[in-house]
Design a protein around this ligand. Structure first.
Ligand code: GUN
Ligand code: ZN
Length: 476
């Protein structure tokens, strides 16, 4: 198999563009194309999944204009445009990380604690470093680069409590033209003083950030109360009011991750019927609310999520790492009350930036409940499922004509052991399954954002720049 470098010179905004229509920049790529028309949990594999063994994707000015069989679409290529050919490689919508903390990039793999101790010993210490804007910018840059290396083109991420930490991330995302949704954390109790805001300052700072960033370029804002234990009722009420005033922003928080956490919420909010009811009461549920984890949601709470359109981000590497529990995806997708589900890495409790590795752990978690999560469903969760959770189905996630052209090219021969295994697959489902179970950043041959090449695995790396950008770089 060739490595598909035709036409790509190097990483960079201009690379990968194969021509122009009028004044429009054209990108065309050819390879095995997969995408989703709908939710395979609900409408079945055949209606949901689109697969072109020899596919063509044409993008003009950062948007998809055609996606389908090469033989049918080749005549629509503008004169002089030769598609970048990735023979045998899989072109897929860019991955969507539905829950991550960019400010925890530096503390991945912190030993020995479950949720509340882990927050106190590691997370709250690290997040205080983001009072330093220079540190925030360095981590934000490293985070965005790492997303692209892993084929993630959209992420919904927590920042720290400091508004500057939000500015740093949106500035770096804008430089890379990535679609990022982020928010300043709201916390007015049960955390170190240096990380606390108040109901009023949290509201004011968030409002200013919405005005500055929401809908500017590809940036979106999420109102971000950390979780019920670190916000007073006044702060949750203020967050609900802010969402009513800015209904096209998202709400991003955590729910029912750990049994100790759930007992704590019960003692802090004895007047509420349960954890989800706290958010419900303060107007923080509904389409556009993304709750991380939901491992221990009750059947009644799952039904309430389904009926309100509240989404859950399933974060299996984190749930295993912190010993939080096993999320039951088949219960969440109960056909009578299906919930909207995306996949999240939950860095830094999660252990990998790769949505492929996250699919791998999601498969194993589902296996422990005797539910074999197939590859079509797993890829759906990491692409269109995430777009549904983030209310972005018209924008990204399925490479429909008119959508923004964010996509990834996956290499089934990325390592010797992968190459020997994928040489024997009998169909696309088996190929995708092997990529999900064995894949990680090494498989991501190329990542395109808004039609432009943003990561080229095989381009020479700049070691000096890597060292400077890493969270552990100079002056840390
Ligand atoms: N619950 C509240 N804050 C956090 C966090 O930072 N990570 C995880 N995994 N759970 C949380
Ligand atoms: Zn989290």
């Amino acid at each position: 198999m060739t490595n598909g470098t035709n036409g790509i010179s190097a990483t960079g905004r201009a690379a990968g563009q194969a021509g122009r229509i009028g004044s429009g920049a054209v990108t065309a790529v050819r390879g095995t194309l997969i995408r989703f028309r709908g939710d395979p949990f609900l409408i079945g594999r055949d209606d949901a999944f689109v697969h072109c063994a020899d596919g063509l994707l044409i993008c003009v000015d950062g948007k998809v204009t055609a996606a389908g069989d090469y033989a049918e679409l080749r005549d629509r290529l503008p004169d002089g445009v030769t598609p970048v050919h990735y023979p045998g490689q899989v072109i897929c919508p860019g991955f969507i990380d539905s829950h991550v903390h960019y400010v925890q990039t530096g503390i991945i793999a912190a030993f020995g604690a479950q949720l509340i101790d882990w927050l106190n010993h590691y997370t709250f210490v690290e997040e205080q470093r983001f009072a330093d804007g220079a540190y925030a910018r360095r981590v934000a840059a490293a985070f965005c680069d790492e997303l692209l290396r892993n084929g993630t083109t959209t992420a919904l991420t927590f920042a720290a409590v400091y508004p500057d930490s939000v500015d740093a991330l949106f500035e770096e995302a804008t430089r890379r033209d990535m679609r990022i949704i982020a928010g300043k954390v709201l916390m007015d109790r049960n955390a170190p003083d240096a990380l606390l805001d108040t109901a009023a300052t949290g509201y004011d700072d968030s409002k200013r950030l919405i005005d500055r960033w929401h809908g500017k370029g590809r940036n979106g804002y999420a109102i971000t109360p950390r979780f019920a234990p670190t916000s007073t009722p006044e702060q949750l009420a203020a967050a609900g009011q802010l969402w009513r005033e800015h209904p096209d922003t998202l709400v991003h928080t955590h729910v029912s991750e750990n049994v100790g956490e759930i007992s704590w919420v019960r003692s802090l909010f004895p007047e509420r019927t349960g954890y989800l009811d706290v958010y419900d009461h303060y107007g923080l549920t509904g389409p556009g609310a993304v709750l991380a984890h939901g491992v221990h949601l009750t059947g009644t709470e799952r039904r309430r999520c389904a009926e309100t359109g509240t989404a859950v981000a399933h974060c299996p590497t984190s749930n295993l790492f912190l010993g939080s529990g096993l999320f039951h995806v088949h219960d969440a997708k109960d056909p009578h009350h299906p919930m909207t589900i995306g996949l999240g890495t939950d860095i830094g409790a999660g252990t990998s930036f790769s949505l492929l590795s996250t699919m791998n752990e999601a498969y194993k978690v589902a296996q422990l409940a005797n539910y074999p999560l197939d590859a079509v469903k797993a890829f759906y969760l990491a692409t269109r499922g995430g777009a549904e959770a983030l209310r972005l189905t018209d924008t990204v996630g399925s490479l429909e004509p008119g959508q923004e052209a964010d996509f990834v090219v996956l290499d089934p021969e990325a390592t010797p052991v992968l190459a020997q295994r994928t040489s024997r697959v009998s169909d696309i489902e088996e190929l995708l399954f092997v990529l999900a179970v064995m894949g990680d950043d090494r498989v991501v041959r190329a990542t395109y954002v808004a039609g432009a090449l943003a990561h080229d695995r095989d381009a020479p790396r700049d070691a000096a720049r890597d060292a400077k950008n890493g969270p552990g770089g100079p002056d840390t």
